[in-house]
Design a protein around this ligand. Structure first.
Ligand code: AMP
Length: 220
């Protein structure tokens, strides 16, 4: 059966890291809408020019644009056997659009990674990413001043929207527009939440258990 996964959580919860691991271990594509938009901005496409200023302010791109991107991406053959969505949906209208997009493609499993806000601010303002491939730097290597990406050797830099003031705006936007999604999904038998204030390995283990329990139809 297709494994259709949504990873929810505030900015800095570790969605990207965990979605990447899930994609690898389960053999499904990771679809990060933030990565798709950042690539469009750096390639200076019409989409990139349209979204650049909104992203720089830490605000959300319109639901119509985002749902169009995701519909097109999920239509590609590699997503037929499943996918892990990272950064989408972010609003209730996007979640409603996603329900329509995946209608008839098997259950949608939604996992929410919970992390207290003070920890998010600390993580985001310390985060480094690779300037060439966009990967998150290993936090320990970054803390001791490693300057190169372990995946491609590119230079490590701060994401422009991880600047302190923008981080606070992104967390405000999350609280206002994205947290209501947890209530949208919470009552479904395919929803699980995990504690994200642990090491990445422990979060990954909890996520694996949560996903397996949904697939086995086990009670929470
Ligand atoms: P992320 O890498 O997921 O933190 O996304 C970076 C930025 O891209 C966000 O702050 C938004 O400006 C934009 N973005 C990414 N995904 C979405 C989405 N589903 N809806 C609206 N804006 C998005």
């Amino acid at each position: 059966m297709a494994l259709n996964l949504v990873v929810l959580g505030p900015p800095g919860a570790g969605k990207g890291t965990q979605a990447e691991r899930l994609a690898r271990t389960r053999g499904i594509p990771r679809i990060s809408t933030g990565d798709i938009l950042r690539e469009a901005v750096s390639a200076d496409t019409p989409l990139g020019r349209e979204v650049q200023a909104v992203m720089a302010r830490g605000e959300l791109v319109s639901d119509e644009v985002m749902s169009g991107i995701v519909r097109e991406r999920l239509d590609r053959p590699d997503a037929r056997a499943g996918f892990v969505l990272d950064g989408y949906p972010r609003t209730v209208p996007q979640a409603e659009a996603l329900d329509r997009i995946v209608d008839g493609r098997g259950p949608l499993i939604v996992v929410d990674i919970e992390v207290p806000e003070a920890e998010l601010v600390r993580r985001l303002t310390a985060r480094l990413i690779c300037a060439s491939c966009g990967a998150n730097a290993d936090p320990e290597a970054a803390a001791v001043g490693a300057a190169r990406c372990r995946r491609c050797g590119g230079a490590l830099v701060q994401r422009p929207d991880d600047d302190g003031r923008i981080v606070l705006e992104r967390l405000r936007v999350y609280a206002r527009q994205t947290r209501p999604l947890v209530d949208y999904y919470r009552w479904r038998p395919t929803f699980r939440s995990v504690d994200g204030a642990q090491t990445p390995d422990r979060v990954a283990a909890d996520l694996a258990r949560a996903i397996d329990s949904v697939q086995e139809g086990a009670p929470r």
